[in-house]
Write a protein that binds this ligand. Structure first.
Ligand code: CA
Length: 198
């Protein structure tokens, strides 16, 4: 199953939908970017149960978007467990510390602390992802767009003020969004509400 998921990750979201997984894609908000009132929180499998990620991570430290299956995300509470399950290198500078290498190819990853540390959420499906669906709105401090196309990091603004959009190119990473200038003053730390994978 894991192998299949990796293969699908490479093929991409459109192929997954073609394979009859449109329902799962829509649940993740990738279809028509529904408004908040139309959306439900993302589902996640965590320690053998299904949780609603929008209501909190319940102790999880890393949540990984799934390409296929009954849930939108899979969450882990141990770094080592996550790395084993996802076939990532176990080497790490300090115990329990995340690293940029925890974000594999084709993914866009957000971390709660700078230098790619603390809680991490991983997205792989092309399209719009509302971070309040995964309880990560206004929480991202570092980002790695390990994809072959650019992605948009968006801070929602109330009409008539336009949303602020920061485009991060393919392969780009930012260790501290606090160093990125925000239009009109301030910085991008803890600002991102939506990510769009192109
Ligand atoms: Ca915001």
């Amino acid at each position: 199953m894991r192998k299949l998921q990796r293969v699908l990750a490479v093929i991409g979201a459109s192929a997954a939908i073609t394979a009859g997984m449109a329902t799962a894609a829509q649940a993740a908000g990738t279809a028509d970017a529904p408004t908040k009132s139309e959306r439900t929180g993302a589902t996640a499998e965590y320690n053998g149960k299904i949780i609603d990620l929008s209501q909190g991570w319940q102790g999880a430290t890393v949540c990984v978007e799934q390409v296929a299956g009954d849930v939108d995300f899979r969450c882990y509470d141990e770094v080592s467990t996550y790395r084993s399950a996802e076939a990532l290198p176990q080497a790490e500078p300090e115990f329990g510390v995340f690293a940029k290498s925890d974000c594999p190819s084709n993914n866009l990853c957000l971390w709660a602390n700078k230098n790619y540390r603390a809680a991490m959420v991983r997205f792989v499906r092309r399209g719009t992802h509302h971070l309040d669906d995964v309880d990560f709105r206004d929480k991202a401090t570092s980002v790695y767009n390990r994809r072959t196309s650019n992605s948009d990091l968006i801070d929602s603004r109330s009409f008539p003020v336009q949303d602020r959009v920061f485009t991060i190119k393919n392969g780009g990473s930012i260790a501290d969004l606090g160093l990125i200038h925000y239009p009109g003053g301030g910085h991008w730390n803890n600002k991102i509400d939506i990510v769009r994978l192109n």
